[in-house]
Design a protein around this ligand. Structure first.
Ligand SMILES: [Zn+2]
Length: 367
């Protein structure tokens, strides 16, 4: 009866293309490999007669369109099921006949589900280990209680059906989310308050993003993106490196009669628009852009090569329709072989985001 049956097939058209690529079972651990990094996983249990059903809902994941059947044996497991739960969610159900913690681990594209008799640490041990790590990180980032009066609004570019720029294996929306979540953790450990326009793979249009920011009392706005070279490349232009943008309104269609214009319609009030283009906002945004860029370059270049494409000005909607100092960071080009290697490296992402956080400390003079 120790048979684990894995049926991959699809009953529902998924809205995502983060397909399950490969499964394997080893050391009482079920490994699932996806096409792209795994996002949010929700785990819960349902008690039945003599068994406990462990349910894992994987956000933004899908079954491949081809069908195949794999059979595994696992001690203590009655059955295993996998199905497209809805267009956004892949559901895995494991029926356990013996006690099972339901622990799992996400490492990039890999999701490991720990079955009974696995040699992984128990939940208690995991929590204890996490606490130690937290302490270490707290020390290394340096906590300052005065930072709690500053609210940093982070915006992970793109999401959901808006993939953003992409190369063969990498999508901008995944990178921006991964980097933004890292930045959020760093800033919170430093003592800042942090708000996110999105914390998972979710579609948001640009106005939905600024609507989110509109009535919240954020101190500064930071949007994270990655770039791609255009199909028609201009000779002599280097499509590599870091660019930091703040608002520029030359030749813009975003403004009409002193109001912000979104898709041809005037949105937000006149008084709000005044704040969106105040000279205070321009000078603060410029200063924030400069100090963030400087800190990224100095911090990252101690460990990695990084090319400086400079400070740019543009009428990006999120830079216009926010009342607080606002910048948009183009972290690098997915179309550049060396750069995409770095951008997909979790350590590089962390170092890059540490640079942003240092820039924010510098901007506020909070050390
Ligand atoms: Zn983008």
């Amino acid at each position: 009866m120790y048979i684990l049956l894995l049926v991959t097939g699809f009953e529902l058209m998924a809205k995502t293309d983060n397909y399950l690529r490969h499964t394997s079972l080893s050391n009482h651990q079920l490994n699932l490999l996806f096409k792209y990094p795994v996002g949010l996983v929700k785990h819960f249990t349902i008690k039945g007669k003599g068994i406990v059903k462990h349910v894992y809902d994987i956000d933004g994941a899908a079954l491949p369109k081809t069908q195949s059947i794999s059979q595994y044996k696992a001690k203590g497991i009655q059955a295993f099921r996998i199905a497209q739960y809805n267009k956004q969610t892949l559901r895995i159900v494991i029926e356990a006949k013996v006690s099972m913690k339901g622990n799992y681990k996400i490492t990039g594209r890999k999701l490991a589900l720990f079955l009974p008799f696995s040699t992984t640490p128990t939940l208690k041990q995991t929590v204890a280990q996490k606490k130690i790590v937290k302490k270490k990180v707290l020390q290394s980032y340096g906590f300052n209680p005065n930072r709690k009066y500053r609210t940093i609004v982070l915006d992970a570019g793109h999401g959901g059906r808006d993939v953003g720029a992409s190369s063969k294996k990498v999508r901008e929306k995944d990178l921006t989310l991964s980097m933004t979540l890292k930045l959020k953790n760093i800033l919170q450990k430093m003592g800042y308050r942090v708000l996110l326009t999105r914390d998972r793979d979710k579609f948001m249009n640009l106005k939905q993003r600024t609507d989110y920011v509109y009535n919240r009392k954020g101190s500064i706005f930071v949007s994270i993106h990655a770039n791609a070279a255009p199909k028609k490349r201009t000779k002599g232009v280097r499509y590599e490196g870091l660019e930091v943008f703040y608002l520029g309104l030359r030749n813009t269609k975003r403004v009409r009669n002193k109001r912000a214009v979104y898709r041809g319609r005037k949105v937000y009030s006149k008084s709000a628009y005044k704040e969106m283009v105040s000279s205070w906002k321009f000078s603060q945004s410029r200063s924030l852009a400069k100090t963030v860029k400087k800190n990224i370059l100095s911090h990252v270049s101690r460990q990695y090569k990084i090319y400086d494409k400079g400070i740019k000005r543009k009428d990006f909607w999120v830079l216009l329709a926010t009342k607080m100092p606002a910048i948009l960071i183009e972290t690098g080009y997915l179309t550049n072989k060396n750069e995409v290697k770095k951008l997909t490296n979790p350590h590089y992402q962390t170092v890059l985001m540490e640079g942003v956080a240092r820039g924010i400390n510098n901007y506020y003079g909070l050390y």
